[in-house]
Design a protein around this ligand. Structure first.
Ligand code: ADP
Ligand code: GLC
Length: 474
């Protein structure tokens, strides 16, 4: 089985959110099952700057809307695997500082950039003499790949799978740009939505199979699908929810090079060292107060509206709070301001930093994820593995992975709230803090249970493999 996985992000080369982690974690797990899987992503500037690490694999022409463009191919591998990555280069589109844009401003030519990526991904196989059985596209950025295939715009027999990581981003563009990105009449029909193009809608209609990143989200989106309910319902027989896994070698507190001290579920001494070191490094008071952590895109999706309303009351629990995140300026300034109001108790790192993400997971007692909606969520899984007990809103993948703690029967791995309100969130945080304060032994067991869970990619990889087999057999 030959699979070409195509995405806009891949960790550690180009990362904005969880898509990058999935692109880096799933293909190696598929390769371990014996699939011939390869990955294609754009050659962004930061990747070009590491060109010495990669071999050039030539160029090939990409014809789109009557224009002949050149795609260069550099070849690398996903770290710690044998999975080839093809970095697809076209400097006018990708030799830029950002992935999607700069300073919260999306690049104006997103359609052309990602149409190019989708089209080049389809041309890559023939150019290499390696014809994929399945093209696996991800999110709106590559949703045109199934559309071009379905519309017969390319001469390729491959089947297509589209994974929806987040329905909130659909790729809307003016309909008069359809011809410029090589959409023929059939393609335009698939992508048109009123007087606009909606790339994700096109992908949903065109792909042989659709997956999304948790079973609960797969169900939720049939009725709360951000305007795509009709398209999703029409495809419900070809829609599967497969829960994301995590890369357990990158996220392993016993070997993590970013931490101050290693630890494991059977020896938690190192976790205490990491908490102290985190407090010291960030200028938080070296007290025994429970430390709440958050690592998150600063986006409405992630529950910041609740958190802002609840913040003072949450701080009144006597906690310390650390946030790492980039995004919406409104939220950034709230947390910068909170730092001033709570010296020694609140720190906000408004940046993107892999090392701090790891250290916060290691130092925090509690990890907060009040997401309004969450297709899968990876941070609650990293938190489980790092012994930072998740407090989450019961939605999407959070609902599929977190079970309410029951200290009497030694069950559960975190704390949930069902209603999306500040009060419900505060109650859940309160339950966590009460247990932390009153029953250290129950807390230790709770932490150890979470750390022992298996969220590796092995199971999801088998489920994706079953989907591929199904579409190829059709
Ligand atoms: P989403 O993809 O919606 O952002 P996920 O929970 O699936 O949510 O994945 C987010 C990923 O991005 C995690 O790996 C998280 O650690 C990482 N991340 C988010 N913001 C930052 C940041 N400011 N610095 C470092 N890593 C971040
Ligand atoms: C999206 C979702 C997140 C998911 C990630 C990877 O960005 O918001 O919930 O974990 O994709 O699938």
């Amino acid at each position: 089985m030959r699979v070409l996985f195509v995405a806009a992000e891949l960790a550690p080369f180009a990362k904005v959110g969880g898509l990058a982690d999935v692109a880096a974690g799933l293909p190696p797990a598929l390769a371990r099952l014996g699939l011939d899987v390869r990955v294609a992503i754009p050659k962004y500037r930061a990747i070009g700057e590491r060109a010495q690490d990669f071999a050039s694999a030539g160029t090939f022409p990409v014809t789109m809307g009557g224009k002949d463009l050149t795609c260069s191919v550099s070849q690398g591998i996903i770290p710690a695997s044998d999975v080839p990555i093809y970095f697809l280069g076209h400097d006018p589109y990708f030799d830029r500082r950002g992935i999607y844009g700069e300073q919260n401003e999306e690049y104006p030519d997103s359609l052309a950039r990602f149409a190019f990526l989708s089209r080049a991904a389809l041309g890559l196989g023939p150019a290499l003499g390696w014809l994929p059985d399945v093209i696996h596209a991800n999110d709106w950025h590559t949703a045109l790949a199934p559309v071009y295939l379905r519309a017969g715009a390319v001469d390729l027999m491959s089947r297509s799978v589209l994974t929806i990581h987040n329905l909130a981003y659909q790729g809307w563009f003016p309909i008069d740009q359809a011809a410029a990105v090589g959409l023929n009449e059939a393609g335009r029909k698939l992508v048109a939505s009123g007087r606009q193009l909606n790339l994700l809608r096109g992908g949903i209609q065109a792909a042989d199979w659709i997956t999304t990143v948790s079973p609960t989200y797969a169900e939720e989106i049939l009725t709360r699908g951000e305007g795509l309910e009709d398209a999703l319902q029409a495809r419900r027989d070809s829609l599967t929810g497969i829960l994301n896994g995590i890369d357990t070698s990158v996220w392993d507190p016993s070997t993590d090079p970013h931490l101050w001290a290693p630890y494991s579920s059977t020896d938690l001494a190192g976790k205490v060292v990491n908490k102290r070191a985190l407090q010291e490094a960030l200028g938080l008071a070296p007290t025994a107060a429970p430390l709440l952590g958050m690592v998150s895109r600063l986006a409405e999706q992630k529950g910041f509206d609740l958190l802002l309303v609840a913040f003072e009351r949450m701080m009144a629990f006597g906690i310390q709070f650390v946030l790492l995140g980039e995004g919406d300026a409104r939220y950034a300034s709230f947390f910068r301001d909170a730092e001033q109001r709570y010296p020694g108790r609140v720190r906000a790192l408004i940046e993107f930093s892999e090392p701090w993400a790891h250290r916060i997971e290691a130092g925090a007692d509690i990890f907060l994820m009040p997401s309004r909606f969450e297709p899968a969520g990876l941070n609650q899984l990293y938190s489980l593995r790092y012994g930072a007990v998740p407090v989450v809103h019961a939605t999407g993948g959070l609902k599929d992975t977190i079970r309410e703690c029951d200290p009497v029967h030694d069950r559960g791995n975190g704390f949930l709230f069902a209603e999306y309100t500040a009060e419900a969130m505060l109650e859940a945080v309160g339950r966590a803090i009460r247990l932390w304060r009153t029953d250290p032994e129950a807390w230790r067991k709770l932490v150890a249970r979470g750390m022992a869970e298996d969220h590796s990619w092995n199971r999801p990889a088998r489920q994706y493999c079953a989907v591929y087999e199904r579409v190829v057999a059709r």
